[in-house]
Design a protein around this ligand. Structure first.
Ligand SMILES: Nc1ncnc2c1ncn2[C@@H]1O[C@H](COP(=O)(O)OP(=O)(O)OP(=O)(O)O)[C@@H](O)[C@H]1O
Ligand SMILES: [Mg+2]
Length: 324
């Protein structure tokens, strides 16, 4: 009964005794971890020997053993194109390791995230269009009407009214320019028309003109255009990372790089500012910028790495796979 329970379990099971010898390995475990268990040859072998092809799992196990046999969890561990949840639980004289294949859940999560982001971008596009095409032209008409009043000689405005009129013109111009820039930020037309590089250049030039921080942009992009969701994703991530550097880093310089590889596109944003302590931020900060970057990257099937300390600034790398 016990044997069938282990063999028929809906996930992989490995029992490890004397710290490293494999005692039991069910079919699922050998399949998911690509272990060779012909004629039970795994039994009695050292796990370290068997996990040579899965270095991070080996490292986790070694680490747990070093720290007084503590338990460990590897969540959504990517191995051989599958996402695995691997749990190591310490028991008397060994470990029970369970391996669960969560690839389907992950894929469904990605589909859900993608459709949420797609809906969000559509809504942004709609609002940007409304603001740009609706409010913008109406403001121009208001300005024209005031100009007509101003130039209507027979009405002869008093000097006081004339000076107020000047203030009104200035305010209308400033609101029109705010509206234009809000609509562009919501959905940059240049991104849709010309792609990620001109759009990023535009954004950076604009910031370099107005902010004290200097942003340096470097890119090596061969093909120029990518799927719309990838372009939008990279643009939004870049926007948030630059915004964070401007708001929080106190840096003098930020380097932005977009690099195309044969099967992926990489965005790197690095600043030389004051950095932060990841643990403190996780406990205290209610911001959503970094969380959004992570879920955007996940939705595109990519990788997000944030490296920072309170002395060396912030460096973020996002790698998005390109479909061939
Ligand atoms: N480049 C940076 N330099 C220094 N600190 C940073 C940098 N980027 C982020 N941080 C820190 O990490 C925190 C979390 O950033 P996050 O973008 O998630 O939130 P936020 O910017 O505070 O708010 P939101 O993005 O939601 O408007 C920031 O509040 C800041 O303390
Ligand atoms: Mg932010």
């Amino acid at each position: 009964m016990l044997e069938s329970l282990v063999q028929e379990a809906p996930y992989g099971i490995l029992a490890i005794e004397n710290a490293n010898e494999i005692l039991i390995a069910n079919e699922q475990a050998t399949q998911l971890l690509k272990l060779d268990n012909r004629e039970q040859m795994l039994i009695g072998k050292s796990v370290f020997e068997c996990f040579d092809h899965i270095q991070s799992l080996k490292a986790k196990l070694k680490d747990s053993l070093k720290h007084n046999n503590s338990s460990f969890d590897l969540d959504a561990f990517l191995f051989d194109d599958r996402f695995l949840n691997i749990r190591g639980r310490q028991v008397d004289e060994g470990y029970i390791v369970t391996i669960e294949d969560i690839t389907r859940d992950k894929e469904m999560e990605m589909v859900a995230l993608n459709s949420m982001l797609e809906a969000q971008e559509l809504e942004r596009r709609r609002i940007a269009k409304e603001i740009h095409d609706g409010v913008g032209p109406n403001l121009s008409i208001i300005k024209l009407m005031f100009e007509a009043i101003n130039t209507e000689t027979s009405w002869e405005l008093s000097p006081k009214a004339n000076s107020k009129m000047k203030d009104v013109f200035e305010l209308i111009d400033s609101v029109a320019s705010d509206i234009r820039s809000i609509s562009h930020q919501l959905m940059p037309k240049v991104l849709l028309d010309f792609g990620i590089i001109p759009a990023t250049e535009n954004m950076i030039n604009q910031i370099n003109r107005t902010e004290k921080i200097k942003i340096i942009f470097f890119h090596s992009v061969v093909s120029g255009r990518y799927a719309e969701l990838i372009e939008l994703g990279i643009y939004r991530i870049c926007q948030e990372l630059i915004n964070n550097a401007v708001k929080h880093s106190g840096a003098k310089e930020v380097q932005v790089q977009i690099i195309e590889h044969s099967s992926s596109i990489i965005l790197m944003v690095e600043d030389n500012g004051k950095g932060f302590n990841k643990q403190d931020i996780m406990n205290e900060n209610p911001g959503v910028g970094l969380i959004n970057i992570e879920s955007r990257t996940n939705a595109l099937g990519g990788n997000f790495i944030l490296d920072t300390s309170t002395t060396k600034g912030v460096s973020v790398t996002v790698e998005i796979p390109l479909e061939k």
